[in-house]
Design a protein around this ligand. Structure first.
Ligand SMILES: Cc1ncc(COP(=O)(O)O)c(C=O)c1O
Length: 444
């Protein structure tokens, strides 16, 4: 699409997220309207949103039920100050969210997005050990290639250098380990690489001194690493290591939550229950900023007495009534229409079509669960060498073909809304293939 002089002037007065403005100007997108699986730019051209905004619109954009819930709430209250009150709909949201979280994860603190949820979980872990007689347990272990948010604590936990090196020194007390993908070429099977990666985490806990380690935080499926999808055994080994050393296991389900992986949370997909869960993105299907930190009830009890043990944390817009009304509508819709099952059905179809791209000779692997899928791109499947020019070209060709994906130079992710029909999935697959063929033509 073309930009006006005014657009260009105004784009010089702001920042896009995590990218140079010049790069955006080379491939601009100004959206005017969104509905269901579609986005329209200002020139009236429409794009198939195969990534739900950015892993957000699980029910598509502007789902009627979510819009109606917010409209009704707008007639009652749009703000209640969390410092001296809580809104009735926030209490309803707490009840609703805790009704769909795994087992003992019943304590809910609502926030306005993913970074806030992660930041709170990190502070919760440190404060928890401080007031249960183990103040020396403060270190946080996370993984390279991860992303947990943009704020200082969440950034320190993140393991993607290009997103944090500019702000160093980072907050102290954060350590990194490698995800299983880092070892995959050193082992004959993915299962062995996962076993090794999990044992390496326990080695770090032991060598740091378990009495100094508070938490291990990870995304069950790692997005910025290219939809890293470990084995169930990996999570079982990490759960056992955390139990052995009294380290809190935090799942960052900001991308994986809300039915995408075939269950409400990836914790259930992988059969492991964490101690803390961070959610965001899909929780409001993009209608309004919303997130939450969820904890095992018995951990939260350490904050109830004596009075000075209260959680010393909060945000003005957290638990906002309009956002909570949207969150309830999203959860009700997922449950009523059994969208977890739908994620499995649509995901199987999409995966089959993505596997078909292997005939182009530049796809190493299709990864993920349910409708959260990723495709790793390589120069050729003999050397498996990376071909970043291909991903860069794909960014341009996908837009020209009218499809929105999450594209990294060496992989791309797809995560269509769960309201998609089988026909929509076919169209997504078709547009992806055409875009990839165009990109291959571009790079020669
Ligand atoms: C896994 C993960 N955690 C945390 C965040 C931060 O969420 P937010 O951008 O809503 O602050 C993101 C955002 O992309 C994410 O993907």
């Amino acid at each position: 699409m073309t930009l006006t002089e005014r657009d260009r002037r105004l784009l010089q007065r702001t920042f896009l997220d995590y990218q140079p403005t010049a790069e955006f100007l080379g491939c601009p997108l100004v959206i005017e309207r969104a509905e269901g699986l579609w986005l329209w730019d200002r020139e009236g051209r429409r794009y198939l949103d195969a990534i739900g905004g950015i892993f957000v619109a699980v029910l598509g954009h502007r789902h009627p039920r979510v819009m109606e819930a917010m409209r009704r709430q707008m007639e009652r209250a749009t703000f209640v100050p969390p410092l001296h009150a809580i809104s009735d709909v926030t209490l309803d949201f707490i009840e609703k969210l805790s009704s769909v979280t795994p087992g003992p994860l019943e304590f809910v603190k609502p926030f306005s997005g993913g970074s806030e949820a992660v930041e709170a979980a990190l502070k919760f872990a440190r404060q928890y050990f401080r007031q249960t007689g183990r103040p020396g347990k403060y270190k946080v272990i996370s993984r390279y290639h991860s992303y947990h948010g943009a704020t200082f604590g969440a950034m320190a936990a993140s393991g993607t250098g290009s997103r944090k090196a500019k702000f160093e020194p980072e907050a102290p007390g954060f350590l990194r380990v490698f995800p299983p993908t880092h070892y995959r070429d050193q082992f004959s099977s993915w299962e062995e690489a996962n076993r090794f990666a999990a044992r390496a985490v326990e080695d770090v806990i032991i060598h740091e001194g378990p009495e100094t380690v508070a938490a291990l935080i990870l995304e069950p499926i790692g997005n910025t690493g290219g939809i890293i999808t470990p084995t169930e055994e990996y999570f079982a080994l990490l759960r056992a290591a955390c139990d052995r050393h009294q380290v809190l296991l935090i799942f960052d389900e900001i991308i994986t939550g809300f039915a995408k992986t075939g269950r409400m949370f990836a914790a259930e997909t992988f059969g492991v229950t964490p101690d803390l869960l961070c959610v965001g993105k899909g929780i409001s299907s993009g209608a309004i900023p919303l997130g939450a930190m969820i904890a095992r009830m018995e951990l939260a009890e350490a904050f109830s007495a004596p009075p000075e043990n209260y959680f010393a944390h909060g945000h003005t817009y957290a638990g906002n009534p309009l956002a909570c009304a949207a969150g309830i509508a999203v959860i009700d819709t997922i449950v009523e229409f059994d969208l977890c099952r739908r994620a499995e059905v649509l995901g199987a179809l999409l995966r089959q079509r993505l596997e078909g791209l292997k005939r182009l000779g530049v796809v190493r692997e299709v990864r993920g669960k349910g409708v959260l899928l990723g495709v790793e791109l390589v120069r050729d499947t003999r050397t498996m060498a990376p071909l970043p020019e291909l991903g860069r070209a794909l960014k341009r060709t996908a837009l020209k073909r009218g499809i929105i994906l999450r594209i990294d130079p060496s992989w791309f992710a797809v995560s269509p809304p769960l309201i998609a029909t089988e026909g929509d999935i076919e169209e997504i697959a078709e547009r992806i293939e055409l875009s990839l063929r165009d990109a291959l033509d571009e790079v020669g």
